[in-house]
Design a protein around this ligand. Structure first.
Ligand code: PMT
Length: 221
């Protein structure tokens, strides 16, 4: 059994992928299964934390011992994360949040019209939840952890993202159509705002989760 080094701590974890509706039938989404976020939730429970898991479209069974809050869109995920973060010691953003959403929602199914080119889809920006949580720090000493899902120049992009988002730790992982999304394994480098870089070799998503909690516990003091 794990050391209860998160006992008495409230940790908030987001998991899964947001879906941004175009009409009652279609959405813009991504390939996140939620498995990495659920592994974080399970391991945090095992280490004694009170866990709020904000999940988006995972369809996974609730991890025992965690409070699960459901969110569909980035807007809903933001509301749920900000609310849970108010008394949190740690916030971990493992969810794949859509950067953009359709500018307009059609209340009826969008129809194709004979002989007409498809209409372009106009997008607007979603708020950056990780940057907001990092800037606000709802409780003193709150630790904020982000993830970076990259396909190219993984580490360089990760280092830039860490600075831009203002979090304490950023877990940089490579993704692709068949890489990381939906699989049981992951590999990553965890970047610290203090300049530390912790490589985590390819292995179960729980192993990466436990390394994240080791680094968080060391920073909680
Ligand atoms: O779910 P799995 O199938 O197990 O796959 C795991 C994973 C690849 C989804 C996970 O390990 C991961 O990398 N999650 C973050 C995905 C992501 O959205 O990365 P990003 O580089 O686009 O975003 C960077 C960070 O900002 C993330 O912490 C994200 O939650 C956050 N973000 C992004 C956009 C936005 N509008 N608000 C945010 O808070």
């Amino acid at each position: 059994t794990a050391a209860p080094d998160l006992a008495g701590r409230h940790v908030v974890i987001s998991a899964g992928g947001t879906r941004e509706p175009l009409d009652p039938v279609r959405y813009l989404g991504n390939r996140s299964s939620g498995k990495q976020g659920y592994a974080l939730a399970r391991t945090a429970v095992a280490r004694g934390a009170r866990v709020t898991l904000v999940e988006a479209n995972t369809g996974l069974p609730d991890p025992s011992g965690a409070d699960v809050v459901r969110a569909g869109t980035a807007t809903q995920l933001r509301e749920a994360v900000l609310k849970a973060a108010r008394d949190a010691d740690v916030v971990v953003m493992a969810a794949a949040v859509a950067d953009f959403r359709p500018a307009e929602y059609a209340t009826g199914k969008i129809k194709k019209k004979d002989g007409q080119e498809p209409a372009p889809i106009a997008l607007v920006r979603n708020p950056d939840i990780l940057a907001e949580v990092s800037a606000e720090r709802a409780t003193p000493g709150q630790i904020v952890v982000g993830f970076a899902a990259e396909t190219d120049d993984v580490l360089a992009n990760g280092r830039q993202k860490l600075r831009r988002k203002g979090c304490d730790l950023l877990v940089v992982n490579e993704v692709g159509e068949r890489k990381t999304f939906g699989s049981e394994e992951n590999e990553a480098v965890v970047l610290g705002a203090d300049g530390t870089e912790t490589p985590v070799p390819y292995g179960p998503k729980e192993a990466l989760a436990d390394t994240v909690w080791d680094l968080v516990a060391a920073r909680l003091g």
